[in-house]
Design a protein around this ligand. Sequence first.
Ligand code: EPS
Length: 374
Amino acid sequence: MKLTTAGESHGKALVGIIEGLPAGLELDFAKIDADLALRQSGYGRGGRQKIERDRIEVLSGVRGGLTLGSPLAFQIVNADYKNWQNVMGADSCDFTQRTLTKVRPGHADLTGLLKFGQTDARNILERASARETAVRVAAGGIAKQYLSALGVQVGGYVKSVCGIADGAEYPFEKLAQAKSRPLFMLDGALEEQAMRLIDSLKEQGDTAGGVVEIRIHGLKSGFGSCMTYGEKLDGRLAGALMGVQAIKGVEVGLGFAAADLPGSRVHDEIYAQGGMFVRRTNNAGGIEGGMSNGEDIVLRAAMKPIPTLMRGLNTVDFITGEPCRAAGERSDVAAICACEIILEGVAAFTVAQAVAERLGGDTMAQVISRYNGL
Ligand code: EPS
C-alpha cells in the first residue's frame, strides 16, 4: 500500500493517490470528512480555516462506496485558490505578487531557496506548508476503515501544550472524548490553562507547540518484523510520524524515560493466564523486537511551535542581505489539534501498510479471513 501526495497550499487542489488497496473495502466518506473537519478545528487556529471547508472528492478507484482494487485518486479543493489564481495559476501568473524573501527561521524557506535555486520562498513554502497534511488525514481515514474491518481502532489526545502537560494515563475507551474538547485535552483544568496561554501568546504575536499521544488498539501480534531493520514497526512508525511537518521527536511506550530506569522497572513481565500469554504493564508501547505484541501501540510525538510568528523573528532578507524581521501575514498560534488527527491518520496508514504486506489479499474478504486466521 502506497500514498503519493501532491498540491500547493494556495494551488487549485491537494491530491492523493493510494495504490494497493484490496477490492471490496466499504468506505464511508462522511467519516473521512469528519476527520478533515477535525484537522481544521482546535483552539488557536488562524484565518485560513474560516475560508476552507475540506472535503474528500474521490476521482477513481471506488464504485458505489466499494473499492475496486485500482489506484484510489482523490482531491481536496483549496477554496482559497480563487483569491490566489493570479499568483498560483499553472499557465500564467504574476511572479511579483505575494513574494516572500524575509525568510522565516524554523520554516523551509531559506534552506529550500538555496537547495532549489529559487529567489522567492513562495516556490518553497507552498509545498512545505502543513496544508499538505489534509491529504494524509484523508488517506489515514481510508486506512482507519481498512483497520476497523479487522477490529483495529486508532485514537489519541493532546498531552501537552507549550509545557502545560497532562501526566495522567487514560484507558483507550476514554480517548474519543478528547475530540469534542477545544484543545483535545482530557483534563479540563489543564486545558483551560493551555487556552489562556494561547490567548497570551496570540497577543504577543507568538506561537505554541505541544505533545500528542496516539494509540493503536486491538492489533494482533506479529506485525512488523525483527528480521530486517526496514521492517521494524517502531522504526516505520517513528519515521512516518517524523515525516509530518513540525514533528521534532517521537517516543514509543516509555520512550526516553526508559533510559533513566533499571531494566526491572522497564520490561513488561510475562504471565500465563487461561492458556494465554499476558502482560500487566505496557512500557514497551505494544512493540517488542520491531513487532506488534498485541498490546496497545503507544506513540507520543512532539510538535515544535509554528514557525510563522506575527511578531517576526530576526532574520535576513534573502535578496538584499539586510537584517529584518521575518515575514508573517496570517498564521495559527497553535495547531496541536490538527497535529493529533494528522498523526492518527499517518499512524493508521503505516499500520495498514504493515498489515497489507504480511497478509496480502486481492479482496477485503481475503484480508479479513487471513487476519482472523492468525
Ligand atoms: C494550513 C494552511 C495555511 C497555514 C498552515 C497550514 O494557511 P495560510 O493560507 O494561512 O498559509 O495556516 O501552514 C503552515 C503551518 C505552514 O507552515 O505553512 C492548513 O490548512 O493546514
